[in-house]
Design a binder for this molecule. Sequence first.
Ligand code: NAD
Length: 494
Amino acid sequence: MSQASAQTTAIAKSPSFQTQMLIDGQWVDARSGATIAVLNPADGSQLTTVPAATAVDVDAAVSAARRAFDDGRWSGLPTRERARILNRLADLIDANAEELGWIETLDNGMPLAQAVGGHVPGAAATFRYYASWCDKLDGKTTNLSGNGAEYHAFTLLEPVGVVAIITPWNAPIITAAKLAPALAAGCTCVLKPAEDTPLTALRLGELLIEAGVPDGVVNIVTGYGADAGAALASHHQVDKIAFTGSTATGRSIINSAAGNFKKVSLELGGKSPVVVMDDADLDRAIPGAANAVFANAGQICSAGTRLYVQRKVFDRVVAGIAEIAGNIRLGNGMDAATEMGPVVSQRQLERVTGMIDAGVAEGAEVVVGGGRHGDTGYFVKPTVFVNTRPEMKIVREEIFGPVLVAAPFDDPSEIPLLANDSDYGLAAAIFTTNLSTGHRFAQQVRAGTVWMNTYHFVDVSMPWGGYKQSGWGRENGFDGLAPYLQTKSVVVAI
Ligand code: NAD
């Protein structure tokens, strides 16, 4: 047995997989007893099962969150105590980083170093960052425009209430850290992780209890989107939905939320452009553009999947990226040599390879990659297409796999049209040594985040979110906390 599979087996047998849901401080099964098999995408083997919650379980979780909000057991805590608990949670995540990383790698497939060194500490940093906001959520006194001498007026910032947090499978623990701003604001929560990757969210539930989060303040239900997700999104006792996932599901969440006018924030898909100018430092631009699309096997909402290169350097840049793509070591994420893991599921494998086939059928040319890798697990070869046309499916639609479409351009005046030719607007990047070109791009591109000479740099203090069909609202920074608060105006006659 190889080292990787020995490790996989050892962890898979570990009792630290939490396989029940957290409702009102209790670990429970679905009322129906139904379960979902959780698979290891590196080999398709079953890791464990988790409950398949339905509306009745969701109702129990929402009712618990409602009671916990209404009796003030969380929002009524001194803010310094709330901060202390969130800081303790961040410390516990760090202290258990290796175990959380193992679980994430087994469940999602990402390389272990990325899970342990990036995603898990990223989640801890998010809790720590928002812990520091707890005691800074001040309203303000208001200088009234009329009768100011007769009245004292001020505002209060109050938590919005019960929040449903629905997350995707591509970055499970990072997206579960949406709990941080919600809890900092004083909200109570029901978290529903993706059915493909529920395990780190459940382990996080154990750490939340250990950190001292009171019963019912965070409830975690596992289940399918069409059952548990839809029940949560339409529940009348939920005040706000914080959703990360596909644009199609985002649209259905908006409809579900309409019943009781839930506040909705949406972090959705993308088809982000990467522009390489002929003045760029190509030693930086080529690996930068490769990383933009191939990191996490392309399963990043902000992946740089549309590449536009000035014609003079087009062939060199494409050849450089193709060389990197051809040398990426695919394998089980538990193996230290692995640079790219599998995509998350059989369904995603079929979706990504189907898109590659559609690109070929529409006449695009494969420079490297072009299909499935191996016949075990859900691996896709890093793929680069040229000879694409703007109307092709592979140019327009989010693929969410390691697939790049590259096209040349001649004049810088073409850049805004090319970069903005998408329904999405999550991120964009330019590689150039000309400051003016870079700053002009930042002004012209319709995207929530713009990078110059770098990619995938995200920090919890910088707002994150989409223009156009990439979402509503922002995460991170104070912008990411504001949607969990509402403002109350108070007027006192003197
Ligand atoms: P998805 O929309 O299929 O599922 C996301 C979550 O929604 C899952 O928990 C799922 O069970 C749930 N869900 C599905 N149908 C539902 C319904 N009708 N009602 C309520 N909940 C429902 O997305 P995915 O395939 O898991 O994730 C990939 C997508 O997420 C990509 O489009 C990616 O771009 C996006 N994403 C965006 C960001 C961002 O910050 N903008 C970050 C990560 C992922």
